[in-house]
Write a protein of this length. Structure first.
Length: 718
C-alpha cells in the first residue's frame, strides 16, 4: 500500500540507543495554541500509522494517533526529554490511509491544526477509555439478521432505472437532480442494496442535513436493509446522541460491523474502512457547512473522500471505485456548475412518482392590497376552502416569536438587547423579551422603561402572532365534521422540549391540525400527504438581501416547501404554492412558476460569473472577535497588510475589514475581512502562507483587546 511521504513500512524499525522506535503522534492541539500537532514519542515496538495510542502531554495523558514512524530520531529533541507512548489501543485496528488523508486535507484546506481536526473527528468517549475498557466494549455481540422479514423494494420507475444504470457506469461524482417526490431516496436505497449484496464487506455512508431528518430515513433504511444486514448493520451518527451511543456507533462502523452509516455532517469523518458509496441527500442544504471549529463543508469533503477511497482501492489492487451521489431538487450552484462543466455526472429525474404535478404558483401582488394587509383575502379564501375540504395548509414565516421589536410610541425606546447590536424579540406566550443572539431574557416591562408610557407596542410579526391572527380569521370556519378549525405552530420554540417535535409531527400526520404556521424547519424533508397549500408570507427580504446567496436559498426553500404539497397524487391536482410579494415581476418567481430550476440556475450563474463570485471565484473570510470594534478591525487590517506583501498575494484581493451584520453579540465586537481570488489554489497558497502572520498579528499593539479569530474558507454567508 502506498502511504504519504515519509511513512515508513512496518518492518523498517529505527532504533535509538535506548532501544525502541520513534513515532510521530498527532495530539489534540487547538489551531492557535503554538504547540505543533505532531509530537515525537518513543515506543518499544513498531506501530502502524493510524494506530490509536495514549500519550503524555504536559501533565495529562491524551488520546493520540500514530502518524508515522520516524526513520531517524527527531534531530531537535533532547533524548533525555523523550517521552514514551503510555499505552496502545491495540484492540482497534489502525485508521486507514484514506481516513488519514481526509483529516489531513480538511485541516490544511480549512486552516486548522491536524491535531484538532483528527482528534475531534473521533468520538469524545474514546478519549477517556483505556485499552481494557475498550476491549470489553468490542466484545458485545451483534443481534442476528432475519432475512425473511425483508420488505420488497418497489419496481423502479423508468427514470430511476436509468439513473441507477448511469450511476453504475460512471466514476464521476453524480448529481441526482430530481424533483421532490421523484424517488431519489429510493435510488439511494437501491444503489446501497445492490452494492451491499454484491460486496459482503462494502460500506455505505448516507448524509442528511439535519438530525430531524434522520428518524424518517432511518426507518426506511431499517425496513429495507435491517432484515438481511441485521439490526447492527445500520448505525446512526449525529450530535444528538449521547457519548456512549456515539462511541458504539463509531466502533461498529470502524470494525466494519455496520454496513450503512446514516448521519449528519460530522459523520463525514466516520471511520469506514470499506467505504464504497457516499450519499449526500439535499446536498444544497447550508447545514452541511460547519459554523464552528474547522468550518468544513461535509458535502465538499464527501466528493473529496470518494476520490481518496477510490485511490485506496486502486492502490490495494481492487478494481472498484467509491461512488458519491449528491441529491437535490434544487442543487447548490456549485454542484450545478460542476455538472455543467462535466466534472460531475448529472442525472435528472423530473417526474414525481405517481405522476402528481408540482403545485401551481399563486402570486399575490401586495401593491394591490388594502394598506396594512398581512394575509390577503385571496390567500385566506384558499385556506378556508382547504379547511372545509379536510385538507391541510402550511404557512411559512421565517421569524419566530411574536414580534421582532417592542417599541414605545411616546419616546424612542426599543427593546434593544443590552449586550448585542440587535433587538430582543417579544415572545407573548411567556411575556418575555428574548435576544435570539445571546439569549438575554427579561420579563416584558409593563410600561416604557424610559418614559413610563403604558403604550408599548409590538412592531413587525413573528410566527406566534401569525398563528394568533390565523386562528382569529378562521374562527368561524368549520371542518367537514362541523368541528372548529385547529391552527398550530412549529418552530424552534415549540419544538424545544424533548419529544415535542415528534408529537407535533404526529398531530399533523393524523390530520388533527388544519393550518400549520412554521419557520423553514417544517419545509424540509418531511412528507406531509394531506397538505395541499403552502404559503410564504414574507419572502421579499431575500430578493434584495446583501447576501448574494439569498435568492438561491429562497428558491430552494420555496421549491422545497412546495414539494411538501400534493405528495398525495389524488390531491395533487389542486395543490398550490402561494407567495405574497411586493415584487411579483421578479425573475425568481417566473422561474418558480415554471418549476424551472435550470433556468433559475443559469440566470444566477451568469450574474455570479459577471461578478467573479463563487463558483467562478474562491472566497475566504477572516473573522475577528474583540473587546472593541476598532481592535477587531485593526487586527484584520494589519494582518491583511502583511499578507499583501507576501509573494503568494499576487492575484488575491484583500478587502478592508468591516463590522459583521450584527456587529456586537454578548458584548463582543465582531468584524470580518473578505479575501477573494479567481483561483482556489492561489487562495489556498496565500492562506497557508498567511497563517503564521495572522498568529503574529494577534500581538500587534493595535490589536489589543482581540479575543479570537477564525478563517472561514468557502463561507456560506458574507
Ligand atoms: P424523493 O426522495 O425524491 O423525495 P422518495 O424516494 O421519497 O422521493 O419517493 C417518493 C414516494 O414515492 C415515497 O413514498 C416512495 O416510497 C415512493 N416511491 C419511490 N419510488 C417508487 C417506485 N419505483 N414505485 C413506487 N413507489 C415509489
Ligand atoms: Zn417611552
Ligand atoms: Zn443579546
Amino acid at each position: 500500500m502506498r502511504e504519504e511521504s515519509g511513512l515508513s513500512s512496518a518492518g523498517d524499525v529505527s532504533l535509538d540507543q535506548a532501544g525502541g522506535v520513534w513515532l510521530s503522534v498527532v495530539v489534540p492541539t487547538p489551531a492557535h495554541s503554538g504547540v505543533p500537532a505532531l509530537l515525537s514519542y518513543r515506543h518499544s515496538q513498531t506501530l502502524s500509522p493510524g494506530q490509536l495510542v495514549r500519550v503524555p502531554l504536559g501533565r495529562r495523558e491524551v488520546l493520540g494517533l500514530v502518524w508515522e514512524q520516524l526513520d531517524v530520531p527527531p534531530p531537535d529533541l533532547d533524548p533525555t526529554q523523550a517521552r514514551d507512548v503510555a499505552c496502545v489501543l491495540d484492540a482497534l485496528s489502525p485508521l486507514n490511509v484514506s481516513w488519514r488523508r481526509l483529516v489531513a486535507f480538511a485541516a490544511r484546506y480549512y486552516q486548522r491544526s491536524l491535531g484538532e481536526v483528527a482528534l475531534s473527528a473521533l468520538p469524545a468517549a474514546l478519549r477517556d477509555l483505556d485499552a481494557t475498557q475498550l476491549q470489553r466494549r468490542l466484545k458485545r455481540k451483534a443481534p442476528a439478521a432475519n432475512e425473511d422479514a425483508a420488505t420488497a423494494a418497489p419496481h423502479p420507475s423508468p427514470e430511476q432505472a436509468e439513473a441507477l444504470a448511469t450511476l453504475q457506469a460512471t466514476a464521476l461524482p453524480v448529481l441526482l437532480f430530481g424533483s421532490t417526490g421523484s424517488g431519489k431516496t429510493e435510488v439511494y436505497l437501491r444503489a446501497a442494496e445492490t452494492l451491499l449484496r454484491a460486496d459482503d464487506n462494502a460500506q455505505v455512508l448516507v448524509l442528511v442535513p439535519e438530525i430531524n431528518l434522520t428518524p424518517q430515513l432511518q426507518a426506511r433504511l431499517t425496513e429495507r436493509l435491517a432484515p438481511w444486514l441485521g439490526p447492527a448493520g445500520l448505525a446512526c451518527l449525529h450530535s444528538g446522541m449521547t457519548p456512549p451511543q456515539r462511541l458504539a456507533a463509531w466502533l461498529a462502523a470502524h470494525s466494519g460491523r455496520s454496513r450503512v452509516v446514516l448521519g449528519t455532517r460530522l459523520a463525514i469523518f466516520a471511520s469506514l474502512p470499506r467505504l464504497r458509496l457516499i450519499v449526500v441527500d439535499e446536498e444544497h442544504d447550508p447545514s452541511y457547512k460547519s459554523q464552528e471549529g474547522a468550518r468544513y463543508s461535509a458535502r465538499d469533503l464527501a466528493v473529496y473522500r470518494a476520490r481518496l477511497e477510490t485511490e485506496r482501492l486502486q492502490a490495494d489492487g481492487v478494481a472498484e471505485v467509491c461512488r458519491v451521489v449528491l441529491g437535490s431538487a434544487t442543487p447548490s450552484l456549485e454542484s450545478w456548475h460542476a455538472a455543467e462543466q462535466g466534472r460531475y455526472q448529472r442525472l435528472a429525474m423530473p417526474s414525481r412518482i405517481g405522476g402528481g404535478d408540482l403545485p401551481a404558483l399563486r402570486l399575490v401582488d401586495m401593491n394591490l392590497q388594502a394598506k396594512g394587509t398581512v394575509l390577503s383575502p385571496q390567500l385566506m379564501g384558499a385556506i378556508e376552502a382547504r379547511v372545509a375540504r379536510g385538507e391541510q395548509s402550511l404557512v411559512l414565516l421565517n421569524r419566530r416569536g411574536y414580534a421582532p421589536v417592542l417599541s414605545c410610541d411616546a419616546c424612542d425606546w426599543k427593546s434593544q438587547c443590552p449586550n448585542c447590536s440587535a433587538y430582543r424579540v417579544f415572545h407573548k406566550i411567556d411575556r418575555t423579551l428574548r435576544c435570539h443572539h445571546c439569549g438575554h431574557t427579561d420579563r416584558v416591562p409593563r410600561a416604557c422603561p424610559d418614559c413610563g408610557n403604558l403604550d408599548i407596542a409590538p412592531v413587525g410579526r413573528g410566527t406566534e402572532q401569525l398563528e394568533e391572527q390565523l386562528a382569529g380569521l378562521l374562527a368561524d370556519v368549520r371542518r367537514p365534521d362541523g368541528t372548529a378549525v385547529k391552527v398550530a405552530r412549529m418552530d424552534a420554540d415549540s419544538t424545544r422540549a424533548k419529544g415535542a417535535l415528534e408529537a407535533q409531527l404526529a398531530a399533523l400526520h393524523s390530520g388533527e391540525v388544519d393550518v400549520l404556521v412554521g419557520t423553514q424547519m417544517v419545509a424540509k424533508g418531511h412528507d406531509f400527504r394531506r397538505i395541499t397549500l403552502v404559503a410564504s408570507v414574507n419572502a421579499d427580504a431575500a430578493l434584495f438581501a446583501s447576501d448574494y446567496r439569498a435568492p438561491e436559498r429562497l428558491f430552494a426553500l420555496l421549491m422545497q416547501a412546495s414539494g411538501r404539497a400534493g405528495r398525495d397524487s389524488a390531491r395533487a391536482a389542486h395543490s398550490e404554492m402561494w407567495v405574497q410579494t411586493w415584487h411579483p415581476q421578479h425573475p425568481l418567481f417566473t422561474a418558480l412558476r415554471a418549476h424551472d430550476y435550470p433556468g433559475f440556475a443559469a440566470a444566477e450563474l451568469a450574474e455570479r460569473e459577471a461578478a467573479g463570485m463563487p463558483p467562478f471565484g474562491a472566497q475566504a473570510l477572516v473573522r475577528a472577535d474583540a473587546r472593541t470594534q476598532a481592535a477587531a478591525q485593526a487586527f484584520l487590517n494589519t494582518a491583511a497588510h502583511w499578507a499583501s506583501e507576501l509573494p503568494e498575494a499576487q492575484g488575491v484581493m484583500l478587502y478592508p475589514a468591516v463590522p459583521t451584520p450584527i456587529a456586537r453579540v454578548a458584548n463582543v465586537e465582531r468584524a470580518q475581512l473578505l479575501v477573494e481570488c479567481e483561483s482556489r489554489q492561489t487562495l489556498q497558497r496565500l492562506l497557508a502562507a498567511w497563517q503564521p502572520l495572522l498568529l503574529q498579528a494577534r500581538g500587534a499593539p493595535e490589536a489589543k483587546g482581540l479575543i479570537r479569530f477564525a478563517v472561514d474558507v468557502d463561507p456560506l454567508s458574507i
